[in-house]
Design a protein around this ligand. Sequence first.
Ligand code: FES
Ligand code: FES
Length: 169
Amino acid sequence: MEISIELKINGRIHQLHAAANRTLLEVLRETVGLTGTKKGCGTGECGACTVLLDGVPVNSCLVLALDARGKEITTIEGLAVNGVLHPLQKAFAEHGATQCGFCTPGMILSGKALLDRNPKPTEMEVRQVLSGNLCRCTGYLKPVEAILAVSRSERDTLSTAKEASNLER
Ligand code: FES
Ligand code: FES
């Protein structure tokens, strides 16, 4: 039996009908049509289905869509603004951190959650965060480099802005 579910996805409210046992992953891909979130294992092992719930990365194959009600759901489609890629999306492309791309949405969302709560992570912290996102092509070095590059460039931007405001005083 289908029930109605209201979900807030990438800032937009969706009124949906789905069976109560549907996972968030299934609803995102099959009901809403957001296929950027990938299904790998379906059992919480690979991280391909990672989305953010209130900023926290979760395996959407293990979350019932019903349990995501009232939360901010962020998928990879929610990162670019007006066609401009998020810095992490750019960095993954520039650092060759993506090949087949299957793991990439999950890795980028895990990286985003990390940088949002800790803008200056160590390499070890980045590696730990990516430990739940399996990649069969690129390996982990380039994704780690991409996330660290964004962290460094955001710090540079912040310190340049700070120096400019000090000069203006
Ligand atoms: S598909 Fe969800 S963890 Fe693999
Ligand atoms: S780029 Fe293919 S699985 Fe990671």
